[in-house]
Design a protein around this ligand. Structure first.
Ligand SMILES: C[S@@+](CC[C@H](N)C(=O)[O-])C[C@H]1O[C@@H](n2cnc3c(N)ncnc32)[C@H](O)[C@@H]1O
Length: 313
């Protein structure tokens, strides 16, 4: 197991080249695929935060700018922040065409270099799943400083209250069973939460929950900075936009097949990839298929070759 001392060292080690960085942010190994997954997630963020061309928006844990690259053309300013200088270097190259994009390197669990109330909205995707609870909370607390009263927040984390989220958690248990405590904790390991915990963190940090979607392995939270805004109007808007924000039953089904085959070994790799062939079921199918194939390619030595008839663009 990886045993690196802090978030910065760990994530810098995962992003020494653009391909390694892309693989560690969402399993993408090509610019084409990262644009496709970035567009998918950016649409969720735009719907959750109701992004407008006048908005100044802050992302925590922007990685290579997968999402920011797709959002920057639609907003006034996008600020990507991350603990890893290597990730930010790649993000800087990928966003070099956008004059309205900025990048901030973080050193602790706060947004220290950024001024108070300087953002209308903020978000973070697939970041709190890799963080200790104390750091998760500290970032929420400092978001309350940099986001304007009435400003919106959107983020996600693993959700053990859903059977698929529990299944993902269970995968982590076995490697922990027999290892001595000082040896077993990779600082960037997967970490898990649930809607109740997220609600309590938000409340203590100074945010009101607008809505939480948790019918998937993810808790997806939308919240409002206390001290302004019309929360009931936001609740009506977000509920009407649920289909564009929440993960679909199809997404969860494909995720389950990925876990069963790649992590649990309870389903064959070939059978899982076969469930990812029918594009007419929804755009999630092709996103999962290309991710699945890329991870398989990187493991062909131990998993064997990918059946030719299951590879399509
Ligand atoms: C799985 S990647 C997701 C990147 C991006 N949000 C996306 O969805 O493409 C996690 C990102 O969070 C960053 N990160 C991890 N721990 C962090 C911390 N404690 N503070 C700030 N960023 C962190 C990593 O450097 C990495 O870029």
């Amino acid at each position: 197991m990886l045993h690196l001392p802090n978030y910065k060292t760990t994530w810098d080690a995962k992003s020494t080249t653009p391909v390694h960085a892309m693989l560690s942010v969402d399993g993408s190994a090509s610019e084409e695929r990262i644009r496709a997954t970035g567009a998918y997630t950016a649409r969720q963020v735009m719907a959750a935060l109701d992004l407008k061309s006048t908005d100044r928006v802050l992302e925590l844990g922007c990685g290579v700018g997968r999402i920011g690259r797709e959002l920057a053309p639609h907003i006034a300013h996008w600020e990507g922040s991350d603990i890893s200088a290597n990730m930010l270097k790649i993000a800087r190259e990928r966003l070099s065409g956008f004059a309205n994009a900025g990048l901030t390197e973080l050193t602790r669990s706060n947004f220290k270099p950024l001024p108070d109330a300087s953002f209308d909205k903020a978000y973070s995707i697939a970041v709190f799943i890799h963080m200790d609870k104390e750091d998760f909370y500290l970032y929420l607390e400092d978001w309350a400083r940099v986001v304007k009263p009435g400003g919106l927040l959107f983020f996600d984390t693993w959700n053990t209250s859903h059977p698929s989220g529990w299944r993902r958690f269970a995968v982590e248990l076995n490697p922990f069973r027999d290892v001595v405590p000082t040896e077993r904790k990779d600082v960037a390991r997967n970490q898990f939460s649930n809607p109740e915990e997220v609600r309590s963190f938000l409340d203590h940090a100074g945010f009101d929950v607008v809505e939480m979607f948790s019918d998937s392995p993810w808790v997806q939270a939308i919240a409002m900075r206390r001290g302004g805004g019309d929360i009931e109007a936001e609740r009506r808007r977000v509920r009407a936009a649920k289909d564009r924000i929440a993960y679909s039953p199809l997404w969860t089904e494909l995720f389950d097949n990925l876990i069963a085959s790649q992590l649990e070994g309870t389903m064959s790799l070939t059978a899982a990839l076969e469930t990812m062939q029918d594009d007419s079921r929804g755009e999630e199918v092709s996103l999962f298929r290309s991710a699945f194939i890329e991870v398989w390619r990187h493991n062909e030595e131990s998993w064997g070759p990918i059946p030719e008839h299951l590879i399509k663009p």
